[in-house]
Design a protein around this ligand. Structure first.
Ligand code: FMN
Length: 189
């Protein structure tokens, strides 16, 4: 299968992050998906319209992140849930893409992992209007609960149920990537 490039957005800065491990798993189970820019979301400055309007003021991370988004055919977001909402890093990264139309028509997989029973799923709902505005095409939501019991000693997700569920989600993403080019359209008219 041809290699497909997708933008990775990891909403966690934590060492040993379960959400970072989810992004690694996406590459592992895919038939050739390359996740780019996954470490950038956590290094972006807080979104500032004044900075956005003055490209000369952009730090390198903003340039790289926008370039990755422009190059990517799809998107994988892996976000922690903090206080029943998405991590600020995740929303901040999406805010940096509003001005560039960066997710228009991009098949998008939304994922979360948490030690809790809900697996971080309450982070998903508040992101839906933002993803719609950005023109992302949501292909699946993957949620991993009790994350600490499902990783090996090196922090990788190895439990067959998790690997199988993520493989299913990535299969949906890869299928959507195959015909997404014909579907570029704004989410809000
Ligand atoms: C301040 C704070 C708030 C949190 N709030 C929630 C929450 O509302 N729901 C939940 O399931 N987990 C919550 N958690 C637990 C995180 O989901 C957990 O730390 C998770 O592992 C973070 O993702 P990461 O492993 O990718 O860093 C919270 C953690 C912190 C530090």
């Amino acid at each position: 299968m041809a290699e497909r490039t997708v933008l990775g957005i990891c909403g966690s800065l934590r060492r040993g992050s379960y959400n970072a491990a989810l992004l690694d798993l996406v590459e592992e189970v895919s038939g050739g998906v390359r996740v780019v820019g996954a470490d950038l979301a956590g290094r972006l400055p807080l979104f500032d319209p004044d900075m956005e309007n003055d490209e000369t003021a952009w730090p390198e991370e903003v340039r790289e992140f926008r370039a990755c988004a422009a190059e990517a055919e799809g998107v994988v977001i892996a976000t922690p849930e903090y206080a029943h909402g998405p991590a600020g890093i995740t929303k901040n990264a999406l805010d940096w893409l509003v001005g560039s139309g960066g997710l228009m028509g991009r098949p998008t997989l939304l994922a979360s992992a948490s030690p809790g029973q809900a697996g971080g799923m309450r982070a998903h709902t508040p992101l839906m209007p933002t993803l719609t505005l950005l023109g992302a095409i949501l292909v699946d939501c993957a949620v991993v609960s009790r994350a600490g019991t499902r990783t090996d000693a090196s922090g990788r997700f190895t439990e067959p149920a998790v690997v199988g569920r993520v493989r299913l989600a990535v299969g949906e993403l890869e299928e959507a990537l195959g015909h997404a080019a014909h579907k570029r359209a704004p989410g809000v008219l």
